[in-house]
Design a protein around this ligand. Structure first.
Ligand SMILES: [Zn+2]
Length: 181
């Protein structure tokens, strides 16, 4: 992973973090994404599988769909996608199909991250197109948001259990153990 990011990269990731906070306000795991083409944001999305009743409604997928619709083109050649968490297998696949040029993510996802953490999907030899990627931009901000979200949710579950035995029995859930983005 490279640490070479431009001020523009940081600005776009800050917008993705804002989107993640918007999702969090709806009770979603806070992950946000933006698609940038020709130096401008052309689409945005945040993780929303619960509120949309859609298992595919990850931030990246929603941003890709919106970008493709906005450009009337399912291929987003030359585009960069910024996302606050390392993409999962589904999203890496979608990003390949979209032909994006570059992906920048913030926090790594040790359990399900599919670029560098749990697996290195682009190195599988399976794809005839791959994209460039960089991780770690504003990772502390994204990681803190996710950690706070899961800490709060554990506390709520504990309170909801109404039984200290059950509460104490809950396993710790680091954000690396997330089921979805
Ligand atoms: Zn995903």
């Amino acid at each position: 992973m490279s640490a070479d990011f431009s001020p523009a990269d940081e600005a776009f990731m800050r917008r993705a973090l804002e989107l993640a906070r918007g999702g969090e306000a709806l009770g979603e795991v806070p992950v946000g994404a933006v698609v940038v083409a020709n130096g401008e944001i052309v689409a945005e999305g945040f993780n929303a599988p619960v509120s949309r009743h859609d298992p595919t409604a990850h931030a990246e997928i929603l941003a890709l769909r919106a970008a493709a619709a906005a450009q009337s083109n399912y291929r987003l050649e030359g585009a960069t996608l910024y996302v606050t968490l390392e993409p999962c297998t589904m999203c890496v696949g979608a990003l390949v199909h979209a032909r994006v040029a570059r992906v920048v993510f913030a926090a790594t996802e040790p359990k399900a991250g599919s670029l560098v953490s749990a697996r290195r999907q682009l190195e599988s030899g399976y794809y005839n197109h791959v994209f460039a990627w960089q991780g770690g931009l504003l990772a502390d901000d994204a990681g803190a948001m996710l950690s706070a979200f899961f800490r709060r949710r554990r506390a709520e579950q504990k309170a909801g259990a109404g039984n200290s035995t059950n509460g104490a029995g809950l396993p710790p859930t680091p954000f690396s153990a997330m089921e979805s983005e």
